[in-house]
Design a protein around this ligand. Structure first.
Ligand code: PLP
Length: 402
């Protein structure tokens, strides 16, 4: 039996195996389709133009692997990259990526020197952080490029819109500082009712006019996440910040089809065990499932410790032999059991847990969560198999990349 990833992202279960890795991989992996990253970047740039695209690759590129995705996004024309923390930005610099990187999250003043050393742009909402960045820039003999974050209704990170112009003027006057950007973030641009997002945008535009009256005009005004990029043209401004759509997932059902997006991740596993069982056979922890007829139950070596949500077990399906097969019983930490009925399953057959056939949105819905969380929780121990032009170009495991 040949184990390891199948050679192409679209391979049907049972397709030939064939990854030439130096050592065998575990029979569960996530295929990351870099062609799809390219295509999604191109599609989003097309929608956003003339605005530029910031590819949001925080949280290890929503579980896909930050360095590989970042490189692909920049190759496909993303202006820059968005991360949440200074460490995430540093990781990209260490991987040799020299595109603009904006830290979207709040940092502590004591992180400014590290951020500047790695040429990271910073989001600021506090004067103390801007002052720390100014001092760090002087010490590093470079310019700190700062983006002022304005709270227009999200209620999370950002200076109150009424106070923004005064703070912007003080930040812009700091030595070794360029106030390169001004940003805000929408609370509900993924709602079919765009009323709230439109009000936030109105407040943001008013804030930008106030900045201008105070003599500050940042070159990069940005507000739109994936949903606003797709649904609210007025929010695109100079730069859009897309995360979820970059990974080929629409931020809400009504936004499907607004851009041609291809799912980037396909979580796969091989059948590692199968057996024919009689009616009335209890399966898994708590015997939460009991067969009602003679059937084939298969075991997949993936569980909630790999990122497959335990809560999705009830009611979710996997893709096996060209059709959906229901998960049978509780998802364990490292294993899942599936009712394969009478499918002619062979040991080593490939099953898709999410991807093109089983959209990750379905898994998220079954787990009563959002696709962001499902993707971002794909565990480190799941090998990432990177495909480019249908060929495996790299594999990242717990032990590093090869
Ligand atoms: C400030 C900011 N901008 C943009 C994004 C990207 O959002 P999305 O993945 O919905 O495109 C995020 C993600 O949460 C964010 O925090």
């Amino acid at each position: 039996m040949a184990f390891g990833p199948s050679p192409s992202p679209g391979a049907e279960p049972g397709g030939p195996a064939g990854l030439a890795t130096r050592r065998p991989l575990r029979p569960a992996w996530a295929e990351i389709d870099l062609d799809a990253v390219h295509a999604n970047v191109r599609a989003l740039r097309g929608v956003a133009a003339p605005a530029s695209l910031l590819a949001v690759v925080k949280a290890d590129a929503y579980g896909h692997g930050a360095a590989r995705v970042a490189r692909a996004a920049v190759e496909a024309g993303a202006w820059g990259l968005g991360v949440a923390t200074v460490d995430e930005g540093t990781e990209l610099r260490r991987a040799g990526i020299d595109a603009p990187i904006l830290v979207l999250g709040a940092i502590g003043p004591d992180e400014a020197a590290t951020a500047l050393a790695h040429d990271l742009r910073l989001t600021v909402a506090e004067e103390t952080v801007a002052a720390a960045a100014s001092l760090a820039a002087a010490a590093a003999r470079r310019e700190a490029r700062l983006h002022l974050k304005v709270d227009t209704g999200m209620g999370r990170l950002g200076v109150a819109s009424d106070d923004a112009a005064a703070l912007a003027a003080r930040v812009a006057a700091l030595p070794h500082v360029t106030l390169e950007g001004c940003s805000t973030h929408f609370a509900s641009a993924d709602d079919p009712d765009l009323g709230s997002a439109a009000r936030q945008l109105e407040i943001f535009m008013g804030t930008l006019r106030a900045l201008e009256r105070a003599g500050v005009r940042p070159a990069l005004r940005h507000a739109a996440n994936s949903a606003a990029t797709l649904a609210l043209p007025g929010a695109r401004l100079d730069l859009v910040r897309c995360g979820l759509a970059l990974y080929g997932v629409a931020p809400a059902p009504h936004l499907v089809g607004r851009a041609e997006l291809r799912p980037v991740m396909r979580l796969c596993a091989r059948v590692v065990h199968r057996k024919r069982v009689p009616p009335g056979t209890p399966i898994g922890y708590g015997h939460a499932f009991r067969t009602t007829r003679e059937t084939t139950v298969i075991t997949l070596p993936v569980g909630y410790a790999d990122g497959y949500p335990r809560a999705a077990g009830e009611g979710c399906t996997v893709w096996l032999h060209g059709r959906c097969a229901p998960i049978a019983g509780r998802v364990s930490m490292d294993q899942i059991t599936v009712d394969a009925a009478d499918a002619p399953v062979a040991l080593g057959d490939v099953v898709e847990l999410w991807g093109a056939a089983v959209p990750v949105e379905i898994v998220a819905r079954a787990a009563r969560t959002i696709p962001y969380e499902v993707l971002a929780r794909t565990a480190r121990r799941v090998p990432r198999v990177y495909l480019d032009g249908g060929r495996v170009v790299a594999v990242r495991t717990l032990l590093g990349e090869e």
